[in-house]
Design a protein around this ligand. Sequence first.
Ligand code: ADP
Length: 759
Amino acid sequence: MPQARSADAELDPLTLNFQKELEEEFRADYARKSVVHVRVGIGFAIALWCLFGLLDHWMIPQVKEAAWLIRFAFVVPGLLAIFLFTFSKRYDRLAQVAAASAAMISALGLIVMVNLVIRPPGAHPYTSGLLLSVPCICVVWRLRFTNAVWATLATLIADNATAVGFTGIPLPVIMNNNFFLVSSGILGLLAGYNMEMYIRRDFLQRRAVEKSIEEVSALREVGQALGSTLDLEAVLTTVVTRAVALSGASGGAIYEYDEEAQVLNLRTSHGLEAELVEVLLAEPIPRDHGAVGRAVAKLAPVQITDIQEAPELMLARARPVLARLGYRSVLAVPLLREHRIFGGLVVARRQVGSFSARIVNLLQTFAAQSGLAIHNARLFRETEEKSRQLELANLARSRFLAAASHDLRQPLHTLSLYSAALKLHAADGATGEIAIHINKALASLSALVDSLLDISKLDAGAVQPEPQSVNLRSVIERIEADYRPVANGKGLEFHVVAPDLLVETDPVLLERLVRNLVDNAFKYTAAGNVTLAAEMHERMARIVVRDTGLGIPAAERERIFEEFYQIGNPERDRVQGLGLGLAIVQRLAQLLGLTLTLESEPGRGSTFAVAVPAAADRRASPREPAPRDETAPGALDGARILVIDDESEVRAGMRALLEQLGCRVSVCSGYADAERLLEQDGLEDVHLIVSDFRLRAHESGIDTVRRLRERLGDVPALLVSGDTAPERLREAQSSGLPLLHKPVSADNLTEAILAALRR
Ligand code: ADP
């Protein structure tokens, strides 16, 4: 049994003592565990000595006083003093001396009483039997066993000397007596030896079990710290604290290794004096220097069994402090994980000597745990740093998008107002032609800016889907109507299958999604055909957009859904686009909870498909966009409209367009200006307010409309905004006012005005 072997190795078979610290630990342990028995034993002895004192006057009436004196002046006070001593703090260290003294007091008391007081004169002094108790007591009360042997020999000699010198006992009788004395002495010593051996081995085994329980719980605690916190400091502190406690050291420290600089930096310490920590912290420790540096360089534990013997092994600047503080031995282990160095763990103690293999092993386990903790913490730090950078990049992008689209939107808005007015004004002839071209160019420019706005809105969560029953046929037919001319223009076949399928989703957002896919199919197909079809498959309608165009290489199939990502293909037909189409498609699909799939073969074409859940009932869709009327002059005949915008260009453009549509228009730049108008013209007959969202000097269109309504009553109102910043969009949305985004086309403006007036 390895434990028994190690127990014997620590126990001196001659003296039956352990080495110094262990002996102290054993004695303290025994003292604590036996104190109650000792007190009961001494208590009984005192009681018996007193009891027999009462019987003395009729048992030995001739020597009553002398016996009383021995009992109550010597034995009982002595025993009482020891009894009280068991309650003192020093008892733990002096327990065996105290117990041996108690036994000796009793034994001496008896010897003195029997030989000097009770024994009839002339008889053989009756000492031998009693004196035998001395060696046994010495062993039983765990003084050194060799002392017990000496004590036995001394007793034998004393007994023989008294027998020969003071009595006339014949020599054969003394020899016979010796035979009895020696054999019982040997018997007593053997019995004591066995008993002591047993108790001490038992102590060692119990201690080994307690230690391993302590180790297991320390490992568990370190494991828990590792699992429950990403706080590196907390994990390392737990490790170093437990390592110091389990290795019986006075203090310890953990260093982190800096791979680039090849130095060790003190991370945390436990039990080390402030002045030592200060010295260790002063500078990083180079690899190869001191115990920890060498452990790291060797990738193995390093022990220094006596610092005073080999001071050159210690870090030069720490030597004097270590010597002054009395440190004598050091153990350092490298923190390793998968052959990578993360640092070092060091424990130091004030005793000379090597650390046991068990402690070295244990510290290596701790070192592995710490290595893991540092590894995790570094990973965490890196991830955190990356996500912070990502967040910053996202923020910057959002800001850029919002700013760019706002700045683009203002002039575009003014332009579209003027060009719409121009188209209405000069319907025929060359000017009309030009106006139509301007309008077309503006429309595609607006579409670009719209994609920017769409992305901003989707990112802001400002788009709320309104699911309802939608007939896919009308969605597909509307898209077909818009793209048939494109197909004809490019000489492509356009196959459309538009069955009557009812699905449950937001019709506007779905149409936007499919439209983007169809748009791409036409953009990236030079010859062949484009198919737009829908079919029912297991309660799901599948909308398929297939083309025979460029196709998408497998490596690009994820990236094309990223914003602003376009496949850099120089041969490709260069068409306008920002690389936002598919990013919008993906966000819309996510928002609507639809699955999007892509199959493609480069050079042969691509198939995008989206699966939409079938509708449960056949309700009609109230939100399906109605076919648009061409805006015609005079559509809004006679309506009185108050336009509020801080830019005079926009005001003039709005006036030009609205007047072309037959409205009577008043314009102003903000609330103060509107008040002035109110005073001048009355304005009682305003039918509708159209206000810019963000006015000068932090005035908000929402507030302006609210204040005007206080004076004019509940007049219908519209907000027009060039802002795409998510938080501004949310603010505008929560006002409850219909919101139009700049640039507003003449059609959209008319539609919105009509809807507001109908309200
Ligand atoms: P854009 O069309 O504005 O460039 P998208 O986000 O819509 O941006 O598309 C990203 C990229 O994916 C396009 O640049 C194109 O290279 C590729 N792509 C999209 N749809 C198709 C398609 N049907 N066929 C071939 N390539 C496509």
